[in-house]
Design a protein around this ligand. Structure first.
Ligand SMILES: Cc1ncc(COP(=O)(O)O)c(C=O)c1O
Ligand SMILES: [Zn+2]
Length: 421
């Protein structure tokens, strides 16, 4: 740890615990009492600023180390996490009639999703805690990320995923050599079992919306975006939301950058959920308290954002409300349609949860929530290769088929005459 961290504060009661004494959650509020890492920004500012970043040759997430809850000399995993591209997408912007669209491609991470940022942090914290085994429950990507980052340092790990997780994500876990537990139940069931198992066996727990340090890893994506835009704040950020931990991380990075004077205003943060997994949209629209609102029965093609009860819902709601953004719901059909739209308009290939923010942006433009002068960042959180079955149904729905030909030119000529190349 570092003395730049002043403590960990409960998101419900605000009670602050010294980092050395804090558990995963606030003892007064059980699993709802998620903790937020607090910093001495003056001390942080003495170690890092916009000018020092400009000359820092480290392009990974660890370039922000003085703003992360890790010691200066802590060893970090060798896989290259962070430094993903932010692409200008002028054809998409022209199609939607807005000023700019940038696409942040987190599919380029080592295990092909943004979750590598949190899992890299988990490995550092597990080693600091002297843990022999790390564990997580996940819809699939956090699992693959922890598996890959663990493999990079030879860290033993046990992973809980719902048995419905897409094959590619399970394949990653098995290839990385994790102990894989396929749970006959939902992600929520896998989460509860993982909590019980980690308490029983003393494993280090990386669970999203439980381990306070995961948000800190995820926030590096927004610091990177701001830096890539030369600190010119975009008007809006679009991100998909399941447990709400990524969106909470975006908000945290923005608040850090404001506190350090790196930016002067916050972008509006828009959280996009699938219509069948819209807990936070419901709460936002109806003004419901997320601490008392009961779980819903979630179902969506976008498996990564299927959540009955978003674990990080307090931070997730604050991210949207405090920045003047909105929660938006999009249908599964719109999510699938967004995969080829994004791929064709920008070259970025997204899994359903990675394309959902673009579907949300289309709807926000329709509803006038985003206007012609707006400059918008769409966060693609995971690669299309994670869920090829969904991509195949997306391209079929878009009416795209291969030309089928015999291996001769005449047959090709005939096929080309029928369908344009
Ligand atoms: C690709 C992808 N997008 C979005 C999300 C949603 O993140 P969160 O659960 O933190 O809201 C996840 C989480 O698994 C994910 O893997
Ligand atoms: Zn509390």
């Amino acid at each position: 740890m570092t003395d730049r961290v002043t403590g960990l504060a409960c998101v419900i009661c605000g009670a602050t615990y010294p980092a050395a004494e804090a558990g995963y959650v606030c003892p007064h509020h059980g699993n709802e009492g998620i903790l937020d890492v607090r910093y001495d920004y003056e001390l942080v500012a003495s170690c890092i600023n916009r000018a020092s970043l400009a000359t820092n040759l480290d392009t990974t997430m660890w370039r922000y180390r003085p703003l992360l809850p890790v010691a200066d000399d802590a060893a970090v995993p060798p896989l290259t996490v962070g430094g993903t591209p932010l692409y200008d997408a002028p054809r998409l912007a022209a199609e939607l009639g807005i000023a700019r669209i940038w696409v942040k491609d987190e599919g380029r991470q080592p295990t092909a999703s943004l979750k590598d940022r949190a899992s890299a942090m988990a490995i550092v914290k597990a080693r600091e805690a002297g843990a022999e085994v790390v564990t997580t429950a996940s819809t699939g990507n956090a699992a693959a990320a922890l598996a890959g980052l663990s493999a990079s340092v030879g860290q033993a790990n046990v992973i809980f995923v719902p048995e419905s997780a897409p094959e590619a994500k399970v394949a990653q876990l098995l290839a990385y050599g994790s102990t894989v537990v396929l749970v006959a139940g939902s992600y929520g069931d896998a989460f509860e079992l993982c909590l019980e198992a980690s308490a029983e066996y003393g494993w280090y727990n990386r669970n999203t919306g439980f381990n306070p340090y995961m948000t800190e890893g995820k926030k590096t994506v927004v610091l990177e975006i701001l830096e890539q835009l030369a600190w010119e704040v975009p008007d809006a950020l679009f991100v998909s939301v399941g447990d709400g931990s990524i969106i909470g991380g975006l908000h945290k990075g923005v608040k850090d950058a404001l506190a350090l004077g790196w930016i002067e205003r916050a972008p509006r943060i828009f959280g996009v959920q699938a219509a069948g997994s819209d807990y936070l949209v419901q709460a936002f629209e109806r003004g419901e308290d997320v601490l008392t609102k009961p779980p819903i029965n979630a179902e969506t093609v976008a498996d990564s954002i299927r959540a009955d009860l978003p674990r990080d819902r307090v931070k997730a709601m604050a991210a949207v409300k405090e920045t003047g953004g909105s929660y938006l719901r999009v249908s599964d059909d719109d999510i699938l349609a967004a995969i080829p739209m994004l791929a064709r308009g920008s070259g970025v290939f997204a899994e359903p949860a990675g394309a959902a923010p673009y579907a949300g942006l289309v709807s926000a433009v329709d509803r006038g929530l985003v206007g012609p002068a707006d400059r918008v960042v769409v966060l693609v959180t995971g690669s299309g290769l994670k869920d090829v079955a969904s991509v195949m149904s997306a391209v079929a729905a878009a009416g795209t088929e291969p030309l089928r030909v015999a291996p001769d030119l005449a047959s090709l000529r005939a096929a080309l005459q029928k369908g344009s190349p």
